[in-house]
Design a protein around this ligand. Sequence first.
Ligand SMILES: CC(C)(COP(=O)(O)OP(=O)(O)OC[C@H]1O[C@@H](n2cnc3c(N)ncnc32)[C@H](O)[C@@H]1OP(=O)(O)O)[C@@H](O)C(=O)NCCC(=O)NCCS
Length: 237
Amino acid sequence: MVLIDSAGEWRGVGRAAAEERQQPGGNRLEVGNLDYAVAMLRIEAAGIHDLPGAYRTCLLADDAGQDGSARYRDPDLLGHVYVGPYLARGKGTQLVVGDGAGAAGYLLSADDTLEFEAWAEVAWWPALRERYPISDDDSRDAELVRHIHRPPRTPAELVEAFPAHLHIDLQARARGTGLGRVLIERLLSDLREREVSGVHLGVDPDNANAIGFYEHLGFAALDREPGTLLMGRRLDR
Ligand SMILES: CC(C)(COP(=O)(O)OP(=O)(O)OC[C@H]1O[C@@H](n2cnc3c(N)ncnc32)[C@H](O)[C@@H]1OP(=O)(O)O)[C@@H](O)C(=O)NCCC(=O)NCCS
């Protein structure tokens, strides 16, 4: 059994691989559901129709990888910041994972982080700024609204060495099956093909599972910002 994407057969992940890769204590797919879940799995280039599922996935992984729904009054705000612009821009490698139960995950990225930020400044943030007035209360919603009004700029020295960045999230039922590796390897291969020299990401320092995953796939810790560990991987060596 293989995982199919729009380009044809996708190597390396299938029922046997999925069974092998399940980690003790991790999120196991029920064996009874495995045939069904794996048979229905697909990885596709994301389109605008993937917005609702990807917004949902983002919320379900927000709390150091766990469900963050209870942390927000407006369930769309998080997706507006971390998902929407990538799907709306539609450039580079944007992948969604789906299974028989709907959206199961995504990998979103930008080859050139500075160019992405400049695009968002013109095409993404202005309409949201009108809809969400800035406030100084200390809720998580207000924090995201401040992000919309004053998105942090990635430091020049970081993008010089690691110009691309990524976000990856899988819903609980799809974790520990090898999908994370498939998505990251697909991105790294695309970036190498486009001669991008490095990629970085930000991860919650409390998200030990994701940090272990990134380290295992060759990413190294670069720096710390408040609430974020920056990690990167060079692609030209
Ligand atoms: C983090 C995440 C994307 C990883 O994807 P995944 O499908 O669970 O991971 P995989 O099964 O593909 O693991 C790939 C490899 O990493 C290894 N690995 C995974 N987690 C690990 C950990 N914590 N420590 C060490 N190795 C780890 C696996 O053993 C596997 O090794 P192998 O391919 O050499 O056999 C996924 O678990 C997830 O979405 N978690 C919740 C959301 C999240 O935290 N996102 C990141 C936000 S920055």
